[in-house]
Design a binder for this molecule. Structure first.
Ligand SMILES: Nc1ncnc2c1ncn2[C@@H]1O[C@H](COP(=O)(O)OP(=O)(O)OP(=O)(O)O)[C@@H](O)[C@H]1O
Length: 643
């Protein structure tokens, strides 16, 4: 049977007369989507704007290097500066050698006149060679350190922002760009700015020599390099803009490629026979990015060709001027020889300088993404505050409203409720009614936009959010399957305190996980990830029991269970609820579940609808009221009766 992916590709190739033609076809995909508009601003950054921003970017990059290792940074700087000086001395001594050799007089005398400059040249070259080796060694140490510092800074800031920021597509996009090239760019900006400095020193030497020999030659030198510099800057911007255009396409392609390769969706991928469908989509996205890259390369080559042609013309003019000066007798042959050498050196240095400046500029564009993300994340970092108290008698929510970023309506709307020590509170409602969001507000994961959360009368907004969460244990709706041993999967609930195996076993028993863990090949030490040799995987219900054990192990005064028994069999569910009731005696439990039978014994039940509490009270009270709770309860009860 022919492969539809292969078929589609060949059909597309038949139609694709030129890459440009294909691109026009894909214009919808390649046009900046509305959710990438923030990057348009970056793409339109002009060269001058970038030059103005460059000093700050350079400072930030060097600060990063300094923090990574002050000693190595100093070593790099010192060896580069000294190397630059040695190169300049070398250049000046070359002029001295030429001057000696080309002056009038008998040859032995001319050679003798050139010897001191020659000795200086040899010395300068030797010193420069040594310094270059020292600089390379220091540079080689500094580069990975800067990269490591940038990576750590990125991770630190990514995890310091509040949870709501993770739901902000603008921030996620900024993160993607910072991660994509930003950390690498930090290292590159440092690397290239060192080179920039070295070339600048060489250029100053060449220009100084030329200015002394004949001032008119200096502007010619600049003219010769300007077009190359222009072409390099334009090429950098073309590349950067293209990356911006493609970032959304890449994100989608990477997401799909991950789904194709990951273990978790592997079963569903095959069961629904979606392999070809997804492959076609990935192929389409890859093609878009390939064609865009080909298009940009074409433009870059054309730009560079034009730049080089103009530079060649200007170099020719500089030499023509030199010959003119010689012809008209306004310059001696020895001076003209030295000037030709200095022009050659100068053009070399200026070209290198233009290319290095361009690399700093190009990497600066990406480093600006990194800096932009750092600034954005710092602005969103969770505030510090006082320590939350170790325990509480009462937590109150007063008219609390919370909306997700960009949401049309609040997920939790004007909710007031009270949790008392030792109580079991149940949150009930249909899908999307706001139960999980409310639980996240209680857990200190989201800060309400209006209303207050108070702990024994003290506003929790003033507490350090990290210390609030220290007092809370959560069984998430979809608990994370940590690729760690079974023991660590439980102990991670209180990773800050050393846990004996006995203590972990106790928590596992409380979460009804002990028995199946003991059946694993290496019991508590079994690695729970099929991605590694001898790793084991668990069933959905077993993972959930492990998550419940983890929450018990956390031993916090507030326990929030968001659908803790969704995947559990009837016996395990019964066990977990029995233990939850025992546990509630010493703490407060918030229970979210669609199993109405489990809710009956809660001390207080809150019924949510579209984010608002529409009913509250005990089970009997709510049944008598005959509202939504009564409807949901009777519906489930009758389903069991007829079954
Ligand atoms: N991360 C998010 N970003 C934006 N909107 C969200 C996010 N999470 C939930 N929502 C929206 O907030 C509303 C409440 O969702 P929530 O998950 O709190 O409901 P729930 O009652 O727990 O639902 P379920 O019973 O299905 O678990 C829904 O309309 C949902 O679409």
């Amino acid at each position: 049977m022919p492969d539809p992916v292969a078929e589609k590709t060949s059909t597309e190739e038949d139609e694709a007369v030129t890459p440009e033609g294909m691109l026009a076809e894909q214009e919808g995909e390649l046009a900046l989507p509305y959710w990438l508009t923030s990057t348009e601003e970056a793409a339109n950054t002009t060269f001058l704007q970038m030059v103005r921003r460059l000093p700050r970017l350079l400072r930030e990059a060097w600060l990063l290097a300094w923090r990574a290792s002050p000693r190595t940074t100093l070593a790099v700087l010192a060896s580069q500066v000294a190397g630059g000086v040695a190169a300049a001395v070398g250049l000046i001594s070359v002029v001295g050698v030429l001057d000696g050799l080309l002056r009038a007089g008998p040859t032995p005398e001319r050679v003798r006149a050139a010897v001191p400059a020659l000795a200086l040249l040899i010395l300068a070259l030797a010193v420069r060679g040594l310094l270059q080796s020292a600089a390379t060694a220091a540079h080689g140490r500094l580069s990975p350190m800067v990269s490591e510092a940038a990576e750590m800074k990125l991770m630190d800031l990514t995890t310091r922002v509040d949870l709501a920021t993770f739901d902000d597509p603008g921030w996620r996009d900024a993160m993607e760009r910072a991660r994509d090239r930003g950390t690498f760019a930090a290292q590159q900006v440092v690397d290239h700015s060192i080179d920039l400095f070295t070339h600048l020193m060489g250029l100053i030497a060449a220009a100084g020599v030329l200015a002394v020999l004949h001032p008119a030659l200096l502007p010619m030198l600049v003219l010769a390099v300007l077009p190359t510099g222009w072409a390099a800057v334009r090429s950098a911007r073309l590349g950067y803009r293209s990356r911006l255009r493609l970032i959304a396409v890449w994100r989608r392609q990477r997401m799909l490629a991950y789904l194709l390769a990951a273990r978790e969706p592997a079963a569903e991928l095959r069961a629904f026979t979606v392999r070809r469908f997804l492959l076609t989509e990935v192929g389409r996205l890859l093609r878009i990015s390939t064609l865009e890259e080909i298009r940009v390369i074409g433009r870059v080559v054309r730009t560079n060709l034009l730049g080089q042609a103009l530079s060649g013309l200007a170099t020719g003019l500089a030499y023509a001027m030199l010959f003119g000066l010689l012809w008209t007798g306004r310059m001696a042959l020895a001076t003209a020889g030295a000037a030709a050498y200095a022009i050659n050196m100068g053009i070399g240095k200026l070209t290198e300088l233009a290319f290095t400046a361009n690399r700093v500029y190009e990497q600066g564009l990406y480093f600006a993404d990194f800096q932009g993300f750092c600034d954005l994340s710092l602005a969103r970092a969770e505030p510090d505050g006082n320590r939350a108290p170790d325990a509480f008698a009462e937590i109150r929510l007063d008219h609390v409203t919370f909306s997700y970023p960009d949401a049309d309506r609040p997920a939790v709307s004007d909710v007031s409720l009270t949790l008392r020590h030792g109580q079991i509170i149940a949150l009930v409602g249909e899908n999307g009614s706001g139960k999980s969001t409310l639980a996240a507000v209680l857990a200190g994961l989201y800060r309400p936009q209006t209303g207050t959360v108070t702990w024994d009368g003290v506003d929790a907004a003033g507490f350090d959010p990290e210390t609030v969460r220290e007092r809370v244990a959560v069984v998430m709706q979809e608990p994370t399957r940590w690729p760690l041993s079974a023991r660590l999967n439980i102990a991670i609930g209180r990773h800050d305190r050393p846990a004996t195996l006995e203590r972990v076993r106790e928590s596992a028993r409380a979460g009804d996980a002990h028995d199946f863990v003991m059946e694993l090949p290496r019991e508590y030490e079994t690695l729970l990830s099929r991605h590694f040799t001898d790793g084991a995987d668990l069933s959905g219900g077993q993972w959930q029991r492990l998550a419940v054990s983890r929450a018990f192990h956390r031993d916090a005064p507030l326990l929030i269970c968001d659908e803790p028994t969704a995947n559990l069999d009837a016996r395990a569910e019964h066990e977990v609820y029995r233990r939850l009731r025992d546990l509630a005696a010493g703490r407060t439990v918030v229970l979210i579940t669609h199993r109405m039978a489990s809710v009956r014994e809660a001390d207080r039940i809150y019924v949510l609808d579209h984010g608002a509490v529409i009913e509250e009270g005990g089970h009997e009270e709510l049944i008598t009221a005959g509202g939504l709770y009564a409807q949901l309860f009777t519906l489930q009860a009758s389903a069991y009766q007829t079954a």
